[in-house]
Design a protein around this ligand. Sequence first.
Ligand code: GLU
Length: 506
Amino acid sequence: MSSVRTRIAPSPTGDPHLGTAYVALFNRCFARRRGGSFILRIEDTDRERSNEQSERRILDALRWLGLDWDEGPGRDGGKGPYRQSERAEIYSEQIRVLLEKGDAFYCFCDENRLAALRREQLRQKLRPGYDGHCLGLSAGEVSERLARGESHVVRLRVPREGECVFTDLPRGEIRIQWSQVDMPVLIKSDGLPTYHFANVVDDRLMEISHVIRGEEWISSAPKHVLLYDAFGWERPVFCHLPLLRNPDKSKLSKRKNPTSIGYYRSMGYLPEALLNYLGNMGWSMPDGEEKFSLEQMEARFELERISLGGPVFDREKLDWLNGRYLREDLDDAEFVRQFTTWAFRPELVKTITPLLRQRVSRFSQVSALGEYLLRGELDLEAENFSHQKLDPETCRHILQFSLWALESIPELNRDAVEARLRQLAQAMEHKLREFLFPLFVAISGRPVSLSVYESIETLGLDLTRARLRDAVTALGGISNKQLKKLEKEYREVLPEAARSDRPPPA
Ligand code: GLU
């Protein structure tokens, strides 16, 4: 394994995230700088959460940013398939190796036992984790239980003593006590691999030389290192990039900053400016210049220049940089060309044109009707929401509940939006017309506009979320205490939607 091969391995479970673009950028720059290859692998072993729409959007977002891959879906480099869901046989073959060596073992513990174990560990103020119960089973007993078809998983045997030592490029030596590392499941009861197992097997078989990924994976590294060692494989170089942060230094999250690449696209940022800005996160050009192209970054990139102080993703700074691109890099003709491409982007045109056509009798009416779709913030005030039957508090509740309800839709499309909002209106015991009023205003700035369902689909979740949140603020906001109360109420009103998501994000 002499040549440099890097990869990103996104899981297709939601909106394409800025963090994915950031990690992809660094992986690609490093591979290019060393004359190596940059690989894209889709980690879709979580069948329930993965979906094709998300995969498509991730690929589109990467292409939009100019971060094409050398190998991956649609670009065979001889080491595919590049979707984990198409590699099941490979994992079955590899797990046999570890089972034979005794580094992996069958575990028949059912949920009840594991839950009781956890309760007991918590009661004794111990670190919850698997207790090695099935390690004690005899070979005969294991074969018997397997022959009986008993449900089981395969786990990795993790030492209970000593420490895991591995090297991370920017951080140097990292030591983690094995007692802090749970014995992870490698193969689930449905026969499919978990992230840890598939990730390591694939990195090896795809000959990845440098694993460059976000800092949040450091705690998984001991399990990965153990797998490499168990197989007798040489470990790759690990390099964990610092997490992107909000200006208040908290981890970049959609609660405080839109995180989907689609949002930045629909807000009218230039892909090269966004990419350039991400290039300034934890890295800098040797000459300190903040504006540089992808090619320039690829030519100068070194992992050694990564600095660990949490890089802040600051929208104002991004605006400044994007403004520089608009002024310095585009002449009038190019500005018009790019603006037009942006304003008439296919996903927007496709959903909105049929609606617009129904409602206008001349072209000069089009822009007034569709203008809100091309805007970022709508700058609304409480008066915009005045309504005979709905007071500001009710409007706030409807908006907040709608935000949570929309978050719980697995694939955002107009029918799903309509179904979920109708369900919520009914559950909140509002007439649909009244219920939709604050949504119309929040989304389009007006009480009547094009269909709110299509508008939400077109704007996407990040822009919708930003508008709903701005509307709640315009209506006086919701305190943390009230939010807690509302969350509880929401769960009672719409338990099925609340269950399909983690706790509703604020
Ligand atoms: N599938 C993981 C993710 O969603 C990949 C993490 C890694 O790069 O190892 O980011």
